[in-house]
Design a protein around this ligand. Structure first.
Ligand code: ASP
Length: 342
């Protein structure tokens, strides 16, 4: 059997950072730093090629990088068994979610990983994360098909569905979680795959990439005491196509008349309103309480159990590719690639 081939993409983040001697700040370093610090990579019976994007702290991420990544994956898709993307953890869940929508008919693994401590540090979590990510990207099932056929994040011994993931901790090694979906695999002595949870691509169609993305998306996080006059003014002179309302619990919001009238005026302007809960676990259920019944009547669409990251990037993708708002409204609350429970 021929050796597996993996393309390792480096985008920046802590995983490739070093401490500036003068300021003690963490600054991105070039990719050679990484290979220098993981000589174990040479022991793999896997061919690993690398590609470096200009390293950034992922807080500076822009969707242009997603476009560059999907174009590169499309170009090199047939040459590799899988792809591993090294990424800062701050926005890794946004990238994983975006890529899952932008890469249609994916049937190979795209594994994103990062670390909480830089590779150069003694107690780094980066080495294990990279090594196991490469192993997962190369793994095949008993039919010799890729074990993982979706965008996933590997972090601290667990593999998560990308568009179900969130950055959960700023300082613990298990920085990533997927509160509404079970892990796809756990790495112990062996890598134990959760076969029932894995996405299986059933189409024979070729990989199709979607690069037009709409950026005209706004998010409003509700809090007790929020001044709706201020909110109305804030949003009055801006042009946006969708508003994500971060509601309480099962999708509840204040029933203040000013607020409800304002929401109604937005739907009349054909702005799509999406109800995303502030809770990390569970689902929006519009109509369960009186405080969400009105939202349903006004025409807010329920994001059900989608993460904020998946909701934003799915809207970017849908509004970027689809002109018909009714169709976007329908698709946003229906499953495309495992991001939402039906
Ligand atoms: N600020 C870093 C980044 O997201 C943090 C990390 O890599 O974990 O790029």
């Amino acid at each position: 059997m021929s050796k597996s081939k993996i393309l390792l993409l480096y985008t920046g983040g802590t995983i490739g950072m070093v401490q500036d001697i003068n300021s003690n700040d963490l600054k991105p370093l070039d990719f050679n730093h990484l290979s220098l610090h993981i000589p174990e990579l040479k022991k793999f019976d896997i061919i690993i090629h690398t590609h470096t994007f200009e390293p950034i702290d992922s807080s500076n991420l822009s969707p242009d990088l997603w476009i560059k990544i999907v174009k590169l994956i499309k170009e090199r898709y047939e040459d590799y068994d899988g792809f591993v993307i090294l990424h800062g953890t701050d926005t890794i869940a946004y990238t994983a979610s975006a890529l899952s929508f932008m890469l249609e008919n994916l049937n190979k693994p795209i594994i994103l990983t990062g670390s909480q401590l830089p590779i150069g540090v003694l107690r780094t979590d980066g080495k294990e994360n990279i090594i196991t990510s490469i192993q997962i990207a190369a793994d095949k099932d008993h039919n010799n098909l890729p074990m993982v056929q979706e965008v996933a994040i590997y972090f601290e011994y667990k593999l998560y569905r990308g568009n179900r993931s969130i950055k959960y901790s700023a300082n613990h090694f298990d920085a990533i979680q997927s509160p509404n979906y079970p892990p796809l695999a756990e790495a112990g002595i062996d890598i134990e795959y959760n076969y029932n949870a894995l996405w299986k691509n059933i189409t024979e169609k070729n990989l199709n990439i979607h690069t037009p993305l709409c950026h005209q998306i706004a998010v409003l996080h509700l809090f007790p005491g929020i001044d709706f006059e201020i909110i109305k003014k804030q949003f009055s002179n801006i042009d946006f196509k969708a508003l994500i309302l971060r509601t309480y619990g099962a999708g509840n919001a204040p029933t203040h008349k000013t607020f409800l009238d304002w929401l109604k005026s937005l739907t009349e302007k054909n702005i799509l309103l999406l109800n995303v809960t502030q809770c990390l676990q569970g689902s929006v259920e519009q109509g369960k309480y009186e405080t969400s019944k009105y939202l349903k009547e006004i025409g807010l669409v329920s994001a059900k159990d989608m993460t904020l990251e998946a909701s934003i990037t799915k809207l970017m993708y849908l509004l970027g590719t689809e002109k018909n708002t009714e169709k976007v409204k329908h698709l946003i609350s229906h499953n495309i690639c495992g991001e939402i429970s039906s």
